[in-house]
Design a protein around this ligand. Structure first.
Ligand SMILES: [Zn+2]
Length: 298
């Protein structure tokens, strides 16, 4: 595997205390923000050096006295997001309850996936355990970092345990695995709640004045018009897939053909070519087809 240098995509400043470290792997964004003598990190990073770079930026940017990292947010229990949760002794660790209370089977699978990535990176890391948060989020969990109010909001859909982080003063919503490639939704659970999540975030964007989206992978989205376009692209995709599956069901198509029609219909709604990432169309289509087959009355 080739390694491009990792780097500070957003270094953080007094006027904009958002820090983003971009990894060369999966376009992963390690995210942080700071205020006064405290700092928060969100899904801290894939490799130790990503995590160190994020930590040093949130602790030392725009200050002469190093800050303490007061909070760690784990947005959801997928293996790439839980990495580094334990790297900040003394910090409050916040996570959705549904993620924190996963059963032994899913936890073992997540830890196994984590170990596989360690191997791929040739990392020999100390023992790692599944996140043990100091506080869990049911619907919403407010916290304060220096002068900045922030809130973990439970938004299941991408997974059954996903949350996002809203920082009102920065007009910034950190969306975890939502909006990672607008128009190519990344649904790893059920499409219906995913679509509800998109509609919910659209409402927040307008009602609460969201001006910046920081997803866990790939590019930030800035400006309310661009955010609404990105959210609408996700909605259009599912509407198109569902219409194609409905037509296919009426024709009596089998599951394979339903999936094929759904993939084509979803992909046709976007102008951008996502290359290999478009594999996700197949997964999304399968989930839409299964959900619609379960409720279809022939
Ligand atoms: Zn995820």
């Amino acid at each position: 595997m080739t390694r491009a240098p990792i780097g500070l995509l957003r270094p953080g400043s007094a006027s904009d205390p958002l820090v983003v470290v971009r990894s060369d792997t999966w376009g992963y964004n390690s995210i942080g923000f700071f205020s006064k003598d405290e700092a928060c990190v969100i899904d801290p990073g894939l490799r130790p050096e990503d995590i160190d770079l994020l930590a040093s930026a949130v602790m030392t940017r725009a200050t002469t006295t190093p800050r303490r990292i007061s909070h760690v947010v784990v947005t959801h229990a997928h293996h790439d997001h839980i990495r580094g949760w334990d790297a900040f002794p003394g910090a409050e660790v916040l996570m959705p309850r549904v993620g924190a209370e996963k059963e032994a089977g899913p936890v073992a699978r997540i830890l196994d996936a984590k170990r596989k990535l360690d191997e791929r990176f040739a990392l020999d890391l100390p023992a790692f355990s599944f996140p043990a948060p100091t506080d869990v989020c049911d619907e919403r969990l407010a916290f304060r970092v220096g002068d900045l109010e922030a809130e973990v909001r439970f938004v299941p859909g991408h997974s059954n345990c996903t949350s996002v982080v809203w920082i009102p003063a920065l007009r910034t919503l950190c969306t975890a695995d939502y909006l990672v490639s607008p128009g190519l939704p990344y649904c790893r659970w059920e499409p219906a709640p995913f679509e509800t999540a998109i509609a919910t975030m659209r409402r927040w964007t307008v009602d609460e004045g969201i001006e910046r989206i920081v997803p866990a992978h790939h590019d930030l989205i800035e400006g309310q018009a661009n955010i609404l376009n990105a959210l609408d692209a996700e909605s259009r995709y599912f509407v198109a897939m569902r219409a194609a599956v409905r037509d296919g069901l009426e024709r009596g198509d089998d599951e394979r053909h339903l999936c094929r029609s759904a993939i084509a219909a979803g992909a046709a709604t976007r102008s951008q070519d996502y290359g290999v990432r478009a594999h996700q169309d197949r997964d999304n289509a399968r989930r839409v087809v299964l959900e619609m087959l379960a409720t279809f009355d022939a």
